[in-house]
Design a protein around this ligand. Sequence first.
Ligand code: CA
Ligand code: CA
Length: 235
Amino acid sequence: MDQAHGQVALALLVLGLAACSGHQAAGADEAEAGAGGQAGDAPSYSPDLPYARSVESFEPGDGAGFNQTKLPDIVLGPPGGLVKGGGSVDVVSLGAGGVIVLGFGDKAITDGPGPDLVVFENPFWPGGDPTQVYAELGEVSVSDDGVTWQTFPCDTAGDGQGHFSGCAGATPTLKYDPVALVPLDPARTGGDAFDLADLGLSRARFVKIHDLETLEPAGTSTGFDLDAVGLVNVE
Ligand SMILES: [Ca+2]
Ligand SMILES: [Ca+2]
């Protein structure tokens, strides 16, 4: 419990300092921040890039609020910067049990080889230790019509080594250039990758993320902190 409280306190400190300074997460080496994700900047990426284009719905849970006034833009386009020592603040907090649905304009996610979409949250590795990842997990569902949904099973217990199979919010965003790296390569970008084949689906047009309340409330940044959703296989 002490460790969990310590991590929550650390996360609040990171968010608080970043909010005060208006810059990337405190403690982050700004030189490592990904391109195109500075809070407050006009988008520097083409709208043709395969990232979320709309927020279809948002049902915040208790303890939401952080960056909610910046919807929808805050979760559209490429992820904000990354850093292993303290996650991006280019995110919106879902709150406990909050749910958000994203659309992709005229693009559809298709089942191509390997992963088809990547969800970027802001997990980080306190002290650089991947086995102790600070992870507020989310469950990911997809739909082709926005009515019928299928859900990737999320192993919230994890393997004890910092891996949470089928969950979003577990893998930090890694250093990369979101403009140059198309199609997305999750091995280089980080984030949590999902394969439509795991659900027996060939295509989808909407992604839903549901906070699973895996950590204790954290002020207005409670729960899953959504940064971006990118597509690997698109039509
Ligand atoms: Ca696939
Ligand atoms: Ca959070």
